[in-house]
Design a protein. Structure first.
Lengths: 302, 346
C-alpha cells in the first residue's frame, strides 16, 4: 500500500510548542486583559446565526493581531461573560475579525441583541490551527456540516486567496434544512474561483430546494481521491466527522492528514480551567484542531 | 541545597520574628471529630503557640492561599456606552508555617500549571512568590499513600523545611530569604552526626508508611478500563457534591463568571473553583452535557489525576494525602478505587 508510509514533511508550524506571539505585546502579565473591539457590522445569516464584524479599537493592537485559520478568540461581553468563538474571516484581513455566532446561551443571546457600535473584549487568538503550510501543493478537501462552516470558512478564504498553492480543491457543505445554510450569498463567489469545486447538500429538502438531498458523505462518494496527496479538513458535529473520516480512511487518506475541529465548554482559553478537557487533552491549548488520529485517541471525543 | 541545624527554641524565635509584622498561617486545631480526634485547618495565627506542629493532617489543604475559592480577575467600569477594564494581582506577603511535604508537592504541581506552562497566571504567581513557606516532616497520616506517588519527600518549593532530630531541627534551606532569616538565630552548618540523625529519622518515617497502592502502569490501565463496570459501581455511590475537589491540594479546575452591579456602573470578572464532579462541569450552550452521569464525571476525575496530568507533566496530579477519601460523604477512597482497578485487570 503506497500511502501507508508517507514522507513526513518537517514544518515549523507543526512542531512549534509555544503559543504564537500572544501576550508578548505587554510587559505586564495581563493574561486576562482583553483588547477592546467595536462591532462594526452585523449580518443576519439565518434565524439562529449572525455574522459580526468586529474591529480592534486601538490601531497598534489591531496591527499586532494576527491569527491562523482554525484558531479561536475569547469574546467577552463585560458584565455578562466570556465565550470561545472561532474566527470565520480571512487571516489576511487585518481590518476586522469576522465571528459567526449562533444564539445558544447567555452571552450569545446578549450579542444577538447588541447593536452596531457596541464594544466587546477580545483575548487571543488561542489554540491550534489548520496546517495550511503543510497542505501546500496537495489536493484539499474542505468538508463542513452545520455550524462547522464557521471555522472552516477561514480555511476556505486561505485556499481561495492562495489558490496557486493548492492542487485540486473540493468544498463540501451539508446542513439539515435549506434555511440553515450559512453564508449562502458566498457560494457563487467561491464556485467562480478557478478550480474550486463546491457542493451543497441538505438532509431534508424543502419547497423550492433543487439541490442535493442526503448526508454529506453522499457528496464525498463520487469525488476521485489520490490518497497519497490529499489533505482533508472536517468541521461539524462529532457524529458527522466520524462518518466522514472513516470514509476517507477507507479511501486511503492517512489519519494524520485529516483535521477536525472540536468544541467544548471553555472558561479560560489558556489550559487552566480544565473545563474543555477531553480525557487528558485541553481543547483550548492542544486543540481545537486535532488530526483525526489524535482525535480518535481522545476518550469521550467522538 | 544548603542545610543547617536550628535549636528548637531558636525556631520559636524565627516564627515570632515572622509574626511581628506579617500575616502568618499555620495549622490550628478547630475542634474534635466524633471519635475525639482533633480537627485542624490552616488558619491565620497570632502567636507561636496557636500553631499545632504535631497535627496529622488538615481537612482543607493550603491551596486556598494560592488559589482562593473565589477571586476577582478584573473589574469593569461602564460609562457612556463604553467600558474600562482594570486588573490587579498584587498581594501582601504572607507566611505559611507547618506545611507537610505532600502540600508542598501539591504546590509544585500547581506551579507546573499556573507558573511554568503557557500563559502563566499572574494571580497565582503573585501569591506564590509572596508566600514564605516553612515545611515540616511528620509521621505518616492514617490512610495516606503519599509514598506511592512519590510525594512523601520534597526537595524544593519551600523556603525552609524542618526535620526533627532531637533537640534541634535539621533544616533544608530553599531560598536566600530563608537563609538570612535563620542565620539571625544561630543556625549552624550540619555535622556528620546531624546528617546521620536526619537519615535515620527519614528511614523511621518511611518505615511507618503502611498504605501503598501501585500506580505503575496506571495511565495505561485507566485507558484499558475506560468501560469497566467498576466506574458504574463507584459512580452510583458518588453524590456529585464536589467535596473531593474542594479539599484536594491540587484540584484547580475552575469556572469564570461575571457580575454586574445594581446600578450598571460596575462589573467584575470572577474566578471560582469548580469541581469536575458537579453536574454542569461540561455543559455547553444549548444544553448538551458531555458528562451527564456521576460515573462519567468521577471517572474523569481519576483520569485527570492519574492519566491526563501524567501525560502533560510526567507525574500524577495526586499527592496521596487522602483528604478526598476522608472527606467523601459516600465513602469513595482513591486507595479502594485504584486497587479495584488493578484487580479488575489482573
Amino acid at each position: 500500500m503506497k500511502s501507508l508510509l508517507l514522507p513526513y514533511e518537517v514544518t515549523k508550524e507543526a512542531e512549534i510548542r509555544e503559543p504564537l506571539n500572544y501576550n508578548r505585546r505587554s510587559r505586564l502579565m495581563n493574561t486576562d486583559r482583553v483588547v477592546k473591539a467595536e462591532i462594526t457590522s452585523i449580518t443576519q445569516l439565518t434565524d439562529m446565526e449572525k455574522l459580526f464584524h468586529v474591529r480592534i479599537v486601538d490601531p497598534a493592537e489591531r496591527a499586532l493581531f494576527s491569527f491562523q485559520p482554525g484558531q479561536f478568540v475569547m469574546v467577552e461581553v463585560p458584565g455578562y461573560g466570556e465565550i470561545p468563538i472561532s474566527i470565520s474571516g480571512s487571516a489576511s484581513n487585518h481590518g476586522f475579525l469576522e465571528l459567526c455566532i449562533r444564539r445558544a446561551g447567555t452571552v450569545t443571546s446578549v450579542l444577538h441583541r447588541a447593536q452596531v457600535g457596541a464594544k466587546v473584549g477580545l483575548r487571543g487568538p488561542f489554540g491550534t490551527f489548520f496546517p495550511m503550510a503543510m497542505m501546500k501543493d496537495h489536493n484539499v478537501l474542505l468538508i463542513a456540516g452545520g455550524l462547522g462552516l464557521a471555522p472552516l470558512r477561514a480555511a476556505i478564504y486561505h485556499v481561495t486567496e492562495n489558490r496557486s498553492d493548492f492542487d485540486r480543491v473540493h468544498i463540501l457543505y451539508g446542513t439539515k434544512t435549506p434555511d440553515q445554510l450559512l453564508f449562502d450569498y458566498q457560494y457563487e463567489q467561491w464556485r467562480r474561483v478557478d478550480g474550486v469545486d463546491l457542493s451543497i447538500i441538505v438532509e431534508e429538502g424543502a419547497d423550492g430546494w433543487t439541490g442535493e438531498v442526503g448526508m454529506v458523505t453522499k457528496l464525498l462518494d463520487p469525488i476521485p481521491i489520490e490518497p497519497d496527496r490529499t489533505y482533508a479538513i472536517v468541521c461539524g458535529p462529532p457524529v458527522m466527522f466520524k462518518f466522514v473520516c472513516n470514509m476517507l480512511s477507507k479511501k486511503g487518506i492517512p489519519m494524520r492528514r485529516m483535521f477536525v475541529s472540536l468544541e467544548r465548554r471553555m472558561h479560560c482559553g489558556m489550559g487552566k480551567c480544565c473545563r474543555c478537557n477531553i480525557g487528558s487533552t485541553f481543547t483550548c491549548k492542544d486543540g481545537p484542531v486535532f488530526d483525526y488520529w489524535t482525535a480518535i485517541n481522545l476518550k469521550e471525543a467522538l | 541545597m544548603l542545610y543547617r541545624t536550628l535549636k528548637k527554641a531558636a525556631f520559636r524565635s524565627v516564627v515570632e520574628t515572622i509574626l511581628a509584622g506579617n500575616e502568618v498561617v499555620g495549622p490550628r486545631q478547630v475542634g474534635t471529630d466524633r471519635h475525639g480526634k482533633p480537627i485542624h485547618q490552616f488558619l491565620p495565627v497570632e502567636r507561636f503557640d496557636d500553631i499545632d506542629f504535631g497535627y496529622e493532617s488538615t481537612e482543607f489543604s493550603a491551596k486556598t492561599y494560592f488559589l482562593p475559592f473565589r477571586e476577582q480577575l478584573s473589574a469593569y467600569r461602564f460609562t457612556n456606552g463604553d467600558w474600562e477594564q482594570t486588573i490587579r494581582y498584587r498581594v501582601q506577603p504572607r507566611a505559611i508555617v507547618g506545611l507537610h511535604a505532600c502540600d508542598i508537592n501539591g504546590l509544585l504541581k500547581l506551579d507546573k500549571v499556573f507558573a511554568k506552562d503557557w500563559y502563566p497566571s499572574p494571580y497565582y504567581i503573585s501569591r506564590r512568590r509572596n508566600t514564605f513557606i516553612v515545611g515540616i516532616d511528620h509521621d505518616p497520616c492514617e490512610g495516606a499513600f503519599c509514598r506511592s506517588v512519590g510525594a512523601d519527600t520534597v526537595t524544593h518549593g519551600f523556603d525552609l523545611f524542618l526535620t526533627d532530630i532531637g533537640d534541634r531541627y535539621f533544616v533544608a534551606v530553599g531560598s536566600d530569604r530563608g537563609l538570612s532569616l535563620i542565620d539571625r538565630f544561630d543556625a549552624r552548618p550540619t555535622t556528620d552526626e546531624d546528617s546521620h540523625l536526619y537519615v535515620t529519622e527519614r528511614k523511621r518515617i518511611a518505615g511507618l508508611m503502611t498504605t501503598e497502592i501501585n500506580v505503575n502502569n496506571l495511565p495505561n490501565l485507566l485507558d484499558i478500563e475506560f468501560e469497566s463496570p467498576i466506574w458504574e459501581k463507584w459512580g452510583k455511590k458518588c453524590l456529585s457534591c464536589g467535596t473531593c475537589a474542594m479539599v484536594c491540594p491540587t484540584c484547580y479546575c475552575h469556572g469564570i463568571h461575571e457580575r454586574i452591579s445594581m446600578d450598571f456602573r460596575e462589573g467584575a470578572k470572577i474566578r471560582q473553583l469548580h469541581s469536575c464532579n458537579l453536574v454542569d462541569f461540561a455543559v455547553v450552550a444549548g444544553g448538551h452535557n458531555f458528562r451527564p452521569t456521576p460515573e462519567s464525571r468521577l471517572k474523569y476525575r481519576y483520569y485527570h489525576q492519574h492519566r491526563g496530568f501524567v501525560e502533560q507533566h510526567e507525574e500524577p496530579k495526586c499527592v496521596g494525602c487522602n483528604r478526598c477519601g476522608r472527606a467523601c460523604l459516600a465513602g469513595i477512597a482513591p486507595v479502594d478505587v485504584i486497587r479495584e482497578l488493578q484487580e479488575e485487570s489482573s
